[in-house]
Design a protein around this ligand. Structure first.
Ligand SMILES: [Zn+2]
Length: 139
């Protein structure tokens, strides 16, 4: 299971370098978040963090993720680590190391909001079924 995850993400990473088929935030936004919030650890091996691959969702969720990070930053200790941030079934997924209920609730709240925000442009949207794929992209 674990090696399978590694394979898939590596494949996506290669794809990102060639053509942007998958949902990825642009590198500038990745860097802004990495610089500002120390709990993103793209330097860690992929068994501990997949952030080296960047944020696996569209730029429309940048503000949502930024706001969430500002809220959780004062509540976490130095061991707190974000494993992966991605889109799944039209919603944000923010996977972290173990933490408090307060932080998990904030994450859940942001994940809930993501279903009403276009992942691409950030405007209000809703989950749409596009050829069997659930997405919040309005454009
Ligand atoms: Zn849109």
């Amino acid at each position: 299971m674990f090696s399978n995850i590694g394979y898939v993400t590596r494949q996506k990473y290669v794809t990102k370098q060639i053509i942007c088929i998958y949902n990825y935030m642009n590198k500038e936004n990745d860097e802004k978040l990495f610089k500002r919030f120390k709990f993103f650890r793209p330097d860690l091996p992929i068994t501990d963090s997949l952030m080296a691959f960047g944020f696996e969702c569209g730029d429309g969720w940048f503000n949502l993720i930024w706001d969430l990070c500002e809220k959780i930053e004062p509540l976490v200790d130095k061991d707190f680590n974000v494993f992966q941030v991605k889109e799944k079934f039209g919603g944000l997924r923010f996977y972290v190391s173990s933490t408090t209920d307060e932080v998990f609730n904030l994450i859940e709240e942001a994940e809930g909001k993501s279903y009403k925000i276009c992942e691409k442009c950030g405007k209000p949207s809703k989950v749409i079924n596009k050829n069997g794929w659930l997405t919040t992209k309005c454009c």
